[in-house]
Design a protein around this ligand. Structure first.
Ligand code: ATP
Ligand code: MG
Length: 351
């Protein structure tokens, strides 16, 4: 694996590169980040724009992804005003409304995949943890979910395949298990400067499920402020606080509704800013490590099942070895591989 440390001050594209392709890439990137302030040119008041920004809506795409009811709540007004906003968004984004399948395929070339640190696990995932989607890893305690989260914090900062240059990371910790010192040994493995690695990770501790949701507004604001710089958002773990906050009888429906809202926000963020969203999850019962055909039960029900694009189960095996089993994916075959947890993070068994 390449060991060049990314320089966060580097622009996404080399300035000297003026090929047509590069210009097209930049244009597409700009379309993706059409700022919500453009609405002012279409008669929307700056006060209303500020309200949208305060609610974490920073781009035209972000406003288009939000339903009228929600926009009415944010603006504190009736449908008429919101209809004007929607109309203005359509005008601004009209040229990009419909695209051909080939253009869509071109857009997908902007997707990137982050290495897990294990070639076998990368292969299982079709190349790694993909941007513009949610990847979920679930498994019992000590299965390696947090270790993979830490490893991704480092590998996301390194150049990868398809011209990926590396980027910054946001880590939302709900279980208080983030360890900056753990990043040092992982950075050492890849010959990276641990201090630079740590500086490229923004950390937030979430204290309850509402706080976890609120933090997503800050995430969106950060992704917008430093457009194209952040490449990965980690939530370790997605359900822990929901489990505590909605533990009473008859609270499941309420929990699922709130969870659905949060996951919808996460999905939008991943698409709006072309970032990889990586979440970990717990299971309901312990798994026996030797059984390959155990029934795996991640928590979060159908809401989480539908929101996660790719779901992987981690099972404990002998010593530091672990099994990763692909549980659900839109385009990958069911399969399983072995990897190990080392002082340098997630690695192949024979590394
Ligand atoms: P939980 O559900 O409790 O959060 P988890 O799946 O997040 O569990 P991890 O914390 O990722 O579990 O993995 C714990 C495993 O990682 C333990 O087996 C531990 O021995 C191993 N581990 C932790 N730090 C190191 C290290 N520095 N070197 C090697 N192995 C380590
Ligand atoms: Mg953990």
């Amino acid at each position: 694996m390449a060991a060049r440390m990314m320089d966060i001050n580097e622009t996404e594209k080399p300035l000297s590169d003026t090929t047509e392709d590069t210009n097209a890439d930049i244009e597409e990137e700009e379309i993706c980040f059409q700022d919500i302030v453009l609405l002012e040119e279409h008669g929307i008041s700056i006060q209303d724009i500020r309200k949208l920004q305060a609610a974490g809506i920073n781009t035209i795409k972000g406003a288009q992804m939000t339903i009228t009811k929600k926009l009415c709540e944010i603006i504190g007004s009736n449908d008429e005003k919101v209809a004007k906003i929607k109309e203005a968004c359509t005008k601004i984004s009209l040229p990009n409304c419909f695209i051909t399948a080939s253009e869509f395929s071109d857009q997908r070339k902007h997707l990137f995949k982050l290495s897990t640190g294990s070639n076998a696990l990368d292969k299982l995932l079709g190349g790694g943890v993909e941007s513009m989607s949610i990847t979920e890893v679930f498994g019992e305690f000590r299965a390696g979910k947090t270790q993979l989260s830490h490893t991704l914090c480092v590998t996301a900062q390194m150049p990868g395949s398809n011209g990926y240059l590396g980027g910054k990371v946001i880590f939302i910790d709900t279980e208080h298990t983030f360890r900056p010192e753990r990043l040092r040994t992982i950075a050492d493995r890849f010959n990276l400067d641990p201090l630079v690695v740590q500086d490229n990770i923004l950390y937030a501790r979430a204290y309850n499920s509402e706080h976890q949701f609120e933090l997503l507004n800050n995430v969106a604001a950060k992704f917008h402020e430093e457009a194209g710089v952040f490449k990965l958002l980690i939530i370790d773990s997605i359900m822990a606080l929901f489990r505590v906050d909605y533990s009473g009888r008859g609270e499941i429906a309420d929990r699922q509704q709130k969870l659905g809202q949060m996951l919808s926000r996460l999905q939008k963020i991943s698409e709006e800013y072309n970032v990889a969203v990586f979440i970990t999850n717990q299971i309901t019962t312990d798994l026996t490590t030797t059984q390959q055909d155990v029934v795996l039960k991640p928590i979060g029900g159908n809401i989480l099942a539908h929101a996660s694009t790719t779901r992987v189960a981690f099972l404990k095996a002998e010593g530091e070895k672990r099994i990763a089993k692909l549980y659900d994916s839109p385009d990958l075959a069911e399969n399983q591989v072995m990897f190990s947890i080392t002082s340098g993070g997630i690695a192949d068994v024979n590394d």
